[in-house]
Design a protein around this ligand. Structure first.
Ligand code: HEM
Length: 401
């Protein structure tokens, strides 16, 4: 045990420092320097743990002595006292063997190869949205015009969800993660989304089309399972990449030297995307609970105790990444925890990577003079949302013609 006293926390810090929209809450760096695994008092009174170091976070995520089941965990943020079990289809809240079974059925449908094939379609979709921006311009909200619709259209096509229904499913998906909603409202939103996808599943059973939902009807999964998985995939595919594209564009516009380096070396895009994932880490938190006593990093985590993992802090750990608070698109950021780690590591990561590898270069090539249309500090940040990013990103550019 460390000899020094770490002041106890009463919940996970989530407020990013004023004027530094890309940096994690500053307390996290202080805590990590003191102890990469420390005790934390949860808002419901549970005395659990907070992991902020890279190595220890990775170790927890890789260790099957920890469970992901929501109902066995304590919540690190105020407002939620008890977590209900994951609804059918929510992969992040279940363990093996159920998790393994679903994951096996899905992994083959999200391979690097399949995502490469989608690249061509993605190039078309981005080009269409950039055309529309050009004709509306020279001033748009990049979230509405580009960052949100491009991944939404992709996940719709992949799953076989009509993009024309986007108002309906986006409303339900938003309500699912809206921090102002009560757990009951979130459950109602899940029910509504699931009912919508269930309708699609029965149509596909009758008339299969070339998409993931149809493929799943040919497995031994029942309609409840397919509708649940479909809803979860749709929800996971909507806001995540969208926020990475919008916040990533904001970060690049705020670091002109990095943007210039990317423009000069378009082949560096794969590495640049990994660095943006590391530097921005848009998910606040993951958590696990110990199923048995576990000794880790010189601490004894007792059975039943929750460990909250701050991927944001872990991705800025100087023990893993040199000069971690600097955005350096040329660094090897592999090993970051932006997609999590272990058996629950992001299933959609290849899709998200392909989306970003196409979306960033296409955007900056089309608008060489792209810049923010408002001062940096006026960009509305998603401080309170479970996925960080920007609500809007007003941008402008000079007319070419
Ligand atoms: C899981 C991040 C895009 C589907 C995760 C996890 C993280 C994450 C951190 C792990 C959660 C945990 O351990 O509890 C991201 C980020 C994205 C992104 C940063 C965008 C840049 C996507 C997309 C899809 C997707 C586009 C669409 C298919 C999933 C699924 C899981 C997951 C299904 C659950 C996997 C499991 O529990 O086995 N994601 N994600 N993600 N993600 Fe993503």
């Amino acid at each position: 045990m460390p000899h020094h006293e770490v002041p106890p926390l009463d919940s996970l810090p989530t407020t990013r420092p004023a004027g530094c929209p890309f940096d994690p809450p500053s307390e996290l760096a202080r805590i990590r320097a003191e102890s990469p695994l420390t005790r934390m008092v949860y808002p419901d009174g549970h005395v659990g743990w907070l992991a902020t170091g890279h190595a220890v976070s990775r170790a927890v995520l890789a260790d099957s002595r920890f469970t992901s089941r929501y109902e066995l965990m304590h919540y690190p943020l105020p407002g939620v006292t008890e977590l209900p079990p994951a609804p059918v289809g929510d992969l992040t809240g279940i363990d093996a063997p159920e998790h393994t079974r679903y994951r096996k059925l899905l992994t083959g449908r999200f391979t690097v190869r399949r995502m490469r094939v989608l690249t061509e379609r993605l190039e078309q979709i981005t080009a269409e949205h950039l055309d529309a921006m050009e004709s509306h311009g020279p001033s748009v909200d990049l979230v509405q015009a580009y960052a949100h619709p491009v991944p939404a259209m992709m996940i719709c096509e992949l799953l076989g969800v009509p993009y024309a229904d986007r108002e309906t499913f986006t409303r339900h998906a938003r309500a699912l993660t809206d921090p102002d909603n009560t757990p009951e409202e979130m459950y109602a939103a899940w029910g509504a989304l699931e009912e919508y996808v269930r309708g699609l599943v029965s149509a596909k059973r009758a008339n299969p089309t070339d998409d993931v939902l149809s493929e799943l009807t040919a497995t031994d999964l029942d309609d409840t399972e397919i509708a649940g998985l479909g809803s979860f995939l749709l929800g996971a595919g909507l806001d995540t990449t969208a926020n990475m594209i919008a916040l990533g564009a904001f970060a690049l516009l705020s670091h002109p030297d990095q943007l210039a380096a990317l423009r000069a070396d378009p082949d560096g895009i794969d590495q640049a995307v990994e660095e943006l994932l590391r530097y921005l880490t848009i998910t606040h938190t993951g958590a696990r609970a110990a199923l048995e006593d576990v000794e880790l990093d010189g601490h004894l985590i007792k059975a039943g105790e929750t460990v909250t993992i701050s991927a944001q802090a872990a991705n800025r750990d100087p023990a893993k990444f040199a000069d971690p608070d600097t955005l350096d698109l040329r660094r090897q950021a592999t090993g970051h925890l932006g997609f999590g780690h272990g058996v629950h590591q992001c299933l959609g990561q290849q899709l998200a990577r392909v989306e970003m590898r196409v979306a960033f270069p296409a955007l900056f090539a089309r608008f060489p003079s792209l810049r923010l249309a408002v001062p940096d500090e006026d960009v509305p940040l998603r401080h309170d949302a479970s996925i960080y990013g920007v609500h809007r990103l007003p941008v402008t550019w000079d007319h070419q013609h």
